[in-house]
Write a protein that binds this ligand. Structure first.
Ligand SMILES: [Zn+2]
Length: 699
């Protein structure tokens, strides 16, 4: 199976169109009234930037009152009056947060950024007030002590243990002085993260490679040229072509542009983002984040931040993470070095007279790919029209779980570009609503992710159905062609849809779930295997003009090239994963020049000069947030997804019994059960790494 390790943030956030209204409800904050929308989705058309701060404030006030009621309850603490009440608290705050943070990711503006800057420390302080409330913790602790006698079911016990540990991990057992310092640290940590993201967006949008000489376009496919011309005309530039550091613009340029100087300019602009000693520099910000985390971990009694973080994850310890990453690093580096030799041979045979540099990799890898596998991206794209690929995703969901999809018209949408679908179970019951927002714009951050406007639960006694938000940055349509996706983008759509299935098929009672990056990529990454299965390609990969299914010869080429460039992809990815671990296994705060730190570290592990880490420190936004000491999670999940898919290979592609077990043992309970238990219930044994090594050709 072709397997790109995709860098995709998978965070639980959402987006909103934010237009005010002059209708009869003008002046009413939509968060404060019943929505009166189909499926009770958020009324995006009525939500305005001005509604957020009052809704945040009201949400916090309501939750404070709920917490007070729990604490003041004269009855002895019980699971119901403490844990369930806590799980139910903060409903409005959760609602406005999901909408707001979605918007800040996929449809932001200056006002939203300002609100985010203003609200982040306040929200962090609010969370701390609850996490460090001694009376509340006393009640939680009292229930926790009785847990063996309470006759709790699996989810209830998990909720109780998880919430108790969360309190402890947030400092509930610390003395007053340490708690005060912890609050300060959390407060300070909430600010640089926002600043980091804002700087990165400014740097990403700040660079444009403007091509005015048509000769500089040599090598580029016509669709790429058209897109660049369209970008230029949006910028008001005549007779020019504009390329940006957004990946759908940059990667085709690096792959095809014969002008080596321009490749260098563009890739360099990408890799220096946040590292230009200007007002948007992220070096000191990352250093501050890392140091605050060390201090926090030490305060809580952990050796390092990674020890603290990993304790609740499937991996459990830094040693286990390094064991996996080192093993793959050792297997991948020789493969990448071999590719360097082969590419240098091409350069030399063409009389290039230079040594392969980082900005050359895509260009010569593409030549190598053509020479070895005769597989050409432009030959594939016509079979990957966006809506055809989407229907392929729906087909797989139908074959595995019986789901069907119907596009909805006239719905409120988080952005006008989004498509919206109703999802039905096999028996015709409503299952979920999903928004799909495919293409880049300046108000959207890079990458692809899948969030939830609403998570399934029945905490309040009634069934709440999921509302899912899938966001990507795919190649756009041009005047001549519809949106034709690259192979990577096809895999990304299947990937993100796996996260969507994880949300749509959840079947839990409580709202408090947990997500671990090393497990939550299993539902997404396993979907990529079906994307490239020949039987599935035959169904959805149809030529956008003729409707002809993809020829067997092309499928064979895809299959043959599945090992291609794995050395590069693994090394690029593992370097970033190892860098993340290196920062978060520091045991003392220190004077930290992140530039020197990363350079020294990459030299130490033997990263070759022809490859730059998939993320350098100053644009590694994953690790400013929930993926700190967690970027390895894609690889860890990679072990799981290859081994899980092997269960289908051992039976059949859509084996119903295996699919049902994956659904009930993993998708339905994810977030409310122990990871290893979920896994062994599905697979019948502990995970094995061999399927991953075999599929990547690294064995
Ligand atoms: Zn993901």
């Amino acid at each position: 199976m072709r397997k790109a390790l995709l860098l995709i943030a998978c965070i639980l956030i959402v987006g909103c169109g934010g237009q005010g209204t002059d209708g009869p409800d003008a002046g009413v904050n939509p968060f404060f009234v019943a929505y009166d929308t189909p499926f009770n989705v958020q009324p995006f058309d009525r939500i305005d930037e001005d509604h957020f701060v009052p809704a945040f404030e009201e949400g916090m006030a309501l939750q404070n009152a709920e917490i007070e009621a729990i604490v003041d309850n004269p009855e002895a603490p019980t699971f119901e009056n403490t844990m369930v009440a806590l799980d139910r608290s903060g409903e409005l705050l959760g609602e406005v947060s999901r909408v707001f943070f979605a918007l800040s990711g996929s449809n932001t503006n200056d006002e939203i950024q300002e609100i985010q800057k203003q609200m982040s420390p306040r929200l962090s302080a609010h969370r701390d007030e609850i996490q460090l409330n001694p009376e509340l913790f006393a009640r939680v602790g009292a229930v926790y002590e009785q847990r063996a006698d309470l006759d709790l079911d699996r989810e209830q016990l998990f909720l109780l243990e998880n919430l108790y540990e969360r309190y402890v991990r947030n400092g509930a057992l610390l003395g007053d002085e340490d708690q005060t310092r912890l609050k300060e640290i959390n407060q300070r940590l909430s600010e640089p993260r926002v600043e980091f993201g804002r700087n990165l967006l400014a740097e990403t949008n700040g660079f444009k490679l403007v091509v005015e000489d048509e000769g500089d376009l040599a090598g580029l496919p016509s669709a790429v040229v058209e897109t660049a011309a369209a970008t230029a005309s949006r910028e008001g530039l005549e007779n020019s072509w504009v390329f940006t550091t957004h990946k759908p613009s940059m990667l085709p340029f690096l792959t095809y542009a014969e002008n080596r100087d321009l490749r260098e300019q563009l890739y360099t602009a990408y890799t220096v983002r946040g590292n230009q000693d200007n007002e948007f520099d992220n070096k000191a910000i990352m250093a501050e984040i890392v140091n605050l985390r060390v201090e926090k971990a030490r305060l809580l009694g952990y050796e390092t931040f990674a020890h603290y973080t990993l304790e609740t994850r499937m991996a459990e310890t830094p040693d286990k993470v390094y064991e996996l990453l080192d093993r793959l690093w050792d297997a991948s580096l020789p493969v990448a070095k071999r590719d360097v030799v082969e590419m240098q041979a091409i350069i030399d045979s063409e009389g290039g007279g230079f040594e392969l540099a980082t900005w050359d990799w895509w260009f010569y890898a593409e030549k190598l790919r053509k020479a070895k596998y005769d597989l050409d991206d432009t030959e594939l794209r016509p079979y990957f029209e966006r809506n055809n690929v989407r229907d392929g995703v729906f087909y797989v969901a139908n074959q595995l779980y019986g789901l069907t999809f119907e596009e909805l018209e006239g719905m409120p949408k988080p952005h006008p570009d989004a498509q919206v679908f109703q999802v039905f179970e096999a028996d015709g019951e409503h299952a979920a609503v999903i928004y799909m927002d495919y293409h880049p714009r300046e108000s959207k951050r890079g990458g692809a992710w899948c969030g939830r406007f609403r998570s399934q639960n029945r905490a309040g006694g009634v069934e709440v159905d999921p509302v899912i938000n899938l966001v990507c940055n795919f190649t756009t349509a041009t005047e001549e062609t519809p949106a034709l996706l690259s192979l990577d983008e096809v895999e990304t759509l299947f990937h993100e849809f796996g996260h969507a299935l994880d949300g749509m098929l959840a079947n839990v009672t409580y709202r408090t779930g947990v997500r671990s990056p090393d497990f939550s990529e299993l539902p997404s990454q396993i979907m990529e295997h079906w994307a490239m299965a020949p039987e599935v390609l035959k169904v959805y990969a149809r030529h956008y003009q003729t409707g002809e299914p993809i020829p067997d010869a092309l499928i064979a080429k895809i299959k043959n090239s599945s090992f291609f460039n794995q050395g590069f992809m693994q090394v690029e990815y593992l370097a970033a994963s190892l860098l993340d671990m290196e920062y978060h296994t520091l045991s003392e705060p220190r004077e930290l020049d992140t530039d020197l730190f990363e350079t020294a570290y990459f030299a130490e592990i033997g990263l070759i000069p022809e490859i730059i880490s998939r993320y350098r420190t100053t644009y590694f936004s994953h690790i400013t947030g929930n993926y700190a000491a967690g970027y390895y999670g894609y690889t860890w999940s990679g072990v799981l997804d290859h081994d899980a898919f092997a269960a289908f290979e051992e039976t059949s592609l859509f084996d119903q019994e295996t699919a049902q077990r994956f659904r009930t043992e993993i998708l339905e309970v994810n977030g409310t059960a122990d990871y290893m238990d979920m896994w062994t219930n599905f697979r019948g044994r502990e995970p094995e790494i061999e399927p991953l090594l075999r599929n990547l050709g690294l064995q």
